[in-house]
Ligand binder design. Structure first.
Ligand SMILES: [Ca+2]
Length: 628
């Protein structure tokens, strides 16, 4: 029926155009001008992997008009052989333009013809319903605190991630993916809303309120007919009920019923892959889906020495430049690796489930993390390994396999991508940039010249007087990381007396506190207002060059560029309104609060018993940690 309607509309369009042209006794010409559509992106030019709704529709329209043109030729009694439906026209002939023999042109023009515009709109409208069933599914897999270097696809030999590597191999691996704020809640808010964290009011904070007035992509997809779900960690920690009045996590309704015995006491009991199977089983027939699979791994705590017990050889571990290379850090890193590898196994299971359901190639699978590993100098810090993310995507129907892309990707680009691929209009709140055109390219390397990235933070954890945060903004370019610390008089990871609250407890942290010196200063010491790292010579960013006069010009240039971009983004920090950031409520526990520490000192002076120590979270409670 649709096909008949389409042919009828095409026939009407072409007959009309024929009536206009008949007086000149020439064949009709309709030229379909698609805006920004690459010539290789049409199936009729041999494209075998790309079927986005737009190119699909244009392709169908072109073929249909070709069919109508054949009838048209019969109507005008011209030889039908000059117009063959579905015929491939050599590119050289398309370039001949006005010099081509009119009777040989089979590409059509709507130039200067209002009627033809209307006819084309009718044809596209007829074709779009056919594309509706081709909307892709989305499976978004996010680790909690997984560092970007720790995957086989990025060259790691000691962290085994065969399933992440498979996604990269059968799709695209991004070498420059970033979160603009390296902490759980602000990064996840950015993913959901498609905005940078300083554009999200209260959601810039870790453990704060999810603000009212911002749309999230799972809701928008659900309204467009998608079946949505979540297992594990969505947005959080924080409170999405008080201000946003949400009754479920912004990442979607939870599917957490299935549990399984974990391999260590610190790994979560969530059987992520089985919960995804439950979600698939409950999906209404024919509906596209969007699922958020949020691992709790490799967030701390870890089972001590689980790495060695799992067979890790500590001699194989690669210790980064900002940590001392000793057995304590090697053991800590090996314990972290066990959790990464456990989670990677679930990726293999969900890929097999998609294959069994016949949905693998119609599903855009994205695997990433919310920020770097939970070690000093990384998690919560504006350093290269803090905000640089692992990112691979697989979409059999829409991404050519084996690509490695160097464009700078921000997690806020994901939400607009989901909307565009689902055929939805761009949302005016989203400031990220869709990746759909990048997907269509078969190229590797720098594809769209996305080559700079803003990074920053305000308050993460407590631990400074008045609950102050540690405000930072930074600009990352292919060669440099420039960092601006707006309050260098504050302690970057929290005050020493409150035990550097923005650095998770760990054997590595205890070691640095014990030995002091260089590594302690790197992670916990106060910083200069400007930092500059030349990532070509110093890829992990540990040698600050900003105080070297030889780099003064680079510092000034990058600072000016960064502030100009922040003003464009309406960042309150760049508009003289920075005081607002420290007014945002902190909703987590106050054990790390400076006021809690002060009260304890008062009690000591008065001879009172010290307050009970902050209870250590048992590993198995990981699942409930902080996420309402
Ligand atoms: Ca995290």
């Amino acid at each position: 029926m649709k096909r008949r309607l389409l042919r009828l509309a095409a026939l009407v369009a072409c007959l009309a155009s024929a009536s206009i042209a008949a007086s000149a006794r020439r064949p009709n010409v309709i030229f379909i001008l698609a805006d920004d559509l690459g010539w290789g992106d049409l199936r009729c030019y041999g494209n075998t992997f790309l079927r986005t709704p737009i190119s699909w529709s244009v392709s169908r329209v072109a073929c249909s008009i070709g069919g109508a043109a054949c009838r048209l030729d019969r109507w005008t009694r011209r030889p039908a052989a000059t117009s063959i439906p579905g015929r491939v026209i050599p590119r050289r002939r398309l370039r001949r333009g006005a010099g081509a023999r009119p009777s040989r042109i089979e590409l059509f023009s709507m130039k200067n013809s209002r009627f033809h515009l209307v006819a084309l709109a009718l044809l596209l409208a007829a074709a779009l319903p056919a594309a509706e069933n081709t909307r892709p599914n989305y499976l978004f897999i996010i680790f909690d605190d997984w560092g970007w270097r720790d995957a086989g696809a990025y060259g790691s030999s000691w962290v085994k991630t065969p399933n992440f590597d498979r996604v990269a191999r059968e799709g695209v691996l991004f070498r420059n993916a970033f979160t603009s704020n390296p902490k759980c809640s602000p990064c996840r808010a950015s993913i959901l809303t498609g905005r940078n964290s300083w554009q999200l009011r209260e959601a810039v904070s870790h453990n704060g309120l999810f603000p009212a007035g911002f749309e999230v992509y799972p809701d928008l997809l659900e309204q467009a007919g998608y079946f949505v779900g979540l297992t594990g960690k969505g947005w959080g920690p924080g409170d999405f009920k008080t201000q946003a009045k949400r009754t479920r996590n912004p990442a979607g309704p939870s599917f957490d019923a299935r549990t399984a015995p974990p391999p260590t006491t610190a790994i979560n009991r969530n059987d992520y892959a089985a919960n995804f199977d439950d979600f698939l089983a409950q999906r209404p027939k024919g509906k596209p889906f969007s699922f958020w699979l949020g691992f709790h791994e490799p967030h701390r705590a870890y089972e001590r020495d689980s790495g060695v017990r799992a067979g890790k050889n500590l001699a194989d571990v690669t210790v980064p430049a900002y940590l001392p290379d000793v057995s304590v850090t090697r053991g800590d890193l090996a314990d972290y690796a066990v959790e990464v590898e456990w989670a990677d196994g679930h990726i293999g299971r969900v890929l097999r489930s998609l294959e069994a359901a016949g949905e693998l190639d119609n599903t855009l699978v994205i695997v990433t993390s919310d920020h770097g590993m939970p070690f000093p100098y990384v998690k919560g810090q504006i350093h290269e390994d803090g905000f640089h993310l692992p990112l691979a995507m697989r979409w059999g129907r829409g991404i050519k396999a084996g690509r490695v892309v160097d464009d700078f990707i921000n997690v806020r680009d994901l939400a607009p991508t989901y909307l565009e691929l689902a055929g939805l209009p761009a949302h005016p709140q989203m400031t990220g940039r869709s990746l759909a055109a990048l997907f269509r390219s078969p190229a590797s390397g720098m594809v769209e010249n996305r080559a700079e990235m803003l990074v920053g933070k305000e308050r993460h954890d407590l631990g400074r007087p008045n609950d102050w945060g540690y405000p930072v903004r930074a600009l990352r370019t292919p060669d440099y990381l420039y960092v601006r610390n707006f309050h260098p008089e504050r302690w970057p990871a929290g005050n020493p007396e409150t035990d550097f609250g923005n650095c998770d407890p760990s054997p590595s942290k205890e070691l640095l506190k014990t030995i002091g010196g260089h590594y302690y200063d790197l992670s916990f010491g106060k910083r200069q207002s400007d930092e500059l790292y030349d990532l070509r010579a110093d890829p992990q960013g540990v040698n600050n060059l900003a105080q070297d006069l030889a780099h003064a010009g680079t510092v000034a240039r990058l600072r000016d560029r960064m502030m100009a971009l922040l003003r464009e983004e309406q960042d309150p920090r760049a508009l003289g309104q920075a005081a607002v950031f420290d007014t945002y409520q902190y909703v987590g526990g106050r054990q790390k609060g400076y006021d809690t520490w002060l009260k304890a000192q008062d009690g000591k002076l008065k001879g009172e018993a010290p307050p009970a120590e902050t209870p250590k979270r048992p590993g198995k409670s990981k699942g409930a940690r902080g996420t309402p």
